[in-house]
Ligand binder design. Structure first.
Ligand SMILES: [Zn+2]
Length: 478
């Protein structure tokens, strides 16, 4: 049926004004680093990406609002594993001597002091620090769910919502990896040990209660919690979720097509506990439970034995490396090359926020292999950049982000090449120079969803990021 001529046409929805950036150099999928790249977007998507266009040749109407991006422009970086509140521990845990387990005790003390307001303030500042480092998407492995003694808040997702609000206020995407955490470890006979002390705040009654709380987050059928937020799930570890409690978490993730993450074999003690309890490695336990696969991420994957690598690679599970944290906690060096060769896409995380710098995480994957093997040349710069961008985003449930291509989500990060660290780079060496010598301090410009979030190194939503960090950390450590 045609519309009668007398009826007025529906009012047109005003389209978001098109945006354009002109990158001196940009890393493009399948093409490598290209010169003079005109990048156009409408709304939150790229509409066209055209190399070899001199800025002077751009059409007048587009050039008027065009932003020049000197340096190397990459897709936005994805931080696939974060515990925002650990940022308050930076420095503190370096004073004196200690072990992984004394570090963990200090971390519990910080966790004990957080409430929804102080968590929001701290996470907002931490995510702003991430934005300044070029991170446009964070996977928050979130287990600090409840109030003191484990008493739920009036809204049992209040802490999770604080984290989501923090990311929105800092202007970055978030996947809330809501974490099931039920036990304080496994006894020698496999009996789950009860949560104690501040661990009580992490626990739900059981994994059915965890799933009901996850349901109440209110994700839509695609798992979205907001324009920049999506829901994901996590099994804290084989130590913290007994085998017979894993199924509801896995089923919840399947229902929403959501990412499912788990800490895996970070410490040898975890392997020993799993072998004693189940006569299987943590990888085997997760594999047998149906927790591995192309939407799953194994975080750390450090102490793998037997056919663990084959199970992870064969199931196309992502392997998330957090090398600065793994070094800081003396975890060890995981088999990154073997995992990648077996079929695991690699991703990167700042984890304990020992530093927030994905370039440092990226190069340490290669440098760790060199130290462990006595040989150079395991990963090319492009493979490491892919871990920090395309694969990181996909592992967090944003498969249409992480590439500078028409149709993709319009997130960008530009690294200046005129800093003392990076001066001298050319088109041919720019990517390797940034990956192997760049730092968060070299990030100049960040775009999220077609909007400039960081311009000339200044965050546009959080005016003074260091002050926000100082104030929120002081409040937490009071
Ligand atoms: Zn972690």
């Amino acid at each position: 049926m045609t519309t009668p001529a007398a009826e007025p046409a529906p009012a047109a929805v005003p389209a978001a004004p098109p945006r354009a950036w002109h990158a001196e150099l940009a890393w493009l999928p399948g093409r490598g680093v290209c010169c003079d790249v005109l990048i156009e977007a409408a709304g939150d998507r790229f509409t066209a990406v055209t190399p070899e266009v001199r800025a002077a040749d751009v059409a007048d109407d587009l050039r008027a609002g065009m932003t020049r991006l000197p340096g190397l422009t990459l897709p936005g970086l994805a931080n696939a594993h974060s515990h925002a509140f650990h940022r308050a521990l930076r420095g503190i845990t370096q004073v004196g001597l200690g072990t992984f387990w004394t570090w963990r005790e200090r971390m519990y003390q910080v966790a004990a002091g957080l409430d929804p307001d102080s968590y929001l303030a701290l996470a907002r500042a931490v995510y702003a620090e991430m934005a300044l480092a070029g991170i446009t998407c964070v996977g928050e492995f979130h287990y600090l769910h409840h109030g003191p003694e484990g008493v739920p808040y009036a809204d049992p997702n209040e802490m999770g919502r604080a984290v989501i609000a923090a990311a929105a206020q800092a202007g970055i995407r978030i996947t809330l990896l809501d974490t099931c955490y039920l036990s304080g470890g496994l006894g020698p006979d496999g009996t789950p040990q009860p949560l104690t002390g501040s661990q009580l705040r992490f626990g739900d009654r059981d994994s059915e209660a965890w799933a009901a709380r996850g349901e109440a987050l209110g994700a839509d059928e695609h798992g979205l919690l907001g324009p920049l937020a999506r829901a994901g799930a996590a099994i804290h570890s084989v130590r913290a979720v007994p085998l017979d409690q894993m199924h509801p978490v896995i089923a919840w993730a399947h229902r929403y097509g959501a990412p499912l993450h788990a800490h895996l074999s970070e410490q040898r003690a975890e392997n020993e506990a799993s072998l004693a309890a189940y006569r299987r490695t943590p990888t085997e336990v997760l594999y047998d439970a149906g927790a591995l696969g192309p939407r799953a991420t194994a975080v750390h994957a450090t102490h793998l034995v037997g056919h663990d690598v084959d199970l992870l690679g064969g199931s196309r599970t992502y392997a998330c490396f957090c090398p600065t944290t793994e070094a800081d906690l003396a975890d060890g060096i995981g088999p990154a090359r073997a995992l990648a060769t077996a079929g695991c896409p690699l991703t990167l995380g700042s984890d304990s926020q020992a530093v927030v710098d994905l370039f440092e995480e990226a190069r340490r994957v290669e440098l760790g292999e060199r130290l462990a093997s006595g040989q150079r040349g395991h990963f090319r710069a492009g493979e490491l950049a892919r871990a920090a961008t395309t694969d990181g985003h996909a592992s967090l449930g944003w498969p249409d982000a992480g590439e500078i291509a028409a149709g993709a989500i319009a997130d960008l990060v530009t690294v200046a090449l005129d800093s003392p660290r990076l001066a001298g780079a050319t088109r041919k060496t720019a990517l390797a120079t940034v990956v192997f010598a760049g730092s968060a301090a070299d990030v100049r410009h960040v775009v999220v969803g077609g909007q400039d979030l960081v311009a000339d190194g200044q965050h546009r939503l959080v005016e003074d990021v260091p002050a926000a960090l100082s104030a929120s950390i002081r409040q937490v450590l009071r």
